[in-house]
Design a protein around this ligand. Structure first.
Ligand SMILES: [Zn+2]
Length: 125
């Protein structure tokens, strides 16, 4: 009938806001919110999102894979695209550039390279 989706917050219906109170006089109930747009497609607000994570977060992490060792970002993959505003540029510095956040090396980028999500100096894989 509608494209409204139910908030997945486990306690959504327990929050006594006027918009949740529905039904005929004498049989009103607080109800889970329905929305066409939800946070992360699942929650009506951050309180419901936090409720869900408090209740299920550890189970979710265990289910999808708990990180068991430190991850490392190496020089080979530390390139990030940056943009320099006009007032920040000196001596003809590039407007768009790559910055290696470990070595601080900079390499100029064309605007097309900057906007190309597939263009990278980082190693693939
Ligand atoms: Zn909710």
């Amino acid at each position: 009938m509608s494209n409204l989706k139910l908030c997945q917050g486990p306690k959504c219906h327990t929050y006594s806001t006027q918009d949740r109170l529905k039904g005929m006089k004498g049989s009103k109930t607080y109800q889970t919110r329905r929305r066409s747009r939800l946070i992360y497609d699942e929650f009506c607000d951050t309180r419901c999102y936090n409720d869900w994570f408090s209740k299920y977060g550890t189970q979710a992490v265990n289910h999808f894979g708990r990180l068991k060792e430190v991850k490392h970002l190496t020089e080979d993959n530390a390139w990030t695209k940056r943009y320099r505003w006009e007032y920040e540029r000196r001596n003809g510095e590039a407007e768009h550039y790559y910055l290696n956040t470990i070595t601080n090396e900079q390499r100029p980028l064309t605007e097309a390279q900057y906007n190309d999500n597939n263009y990278t100096l980082n190693e693939r894989g």
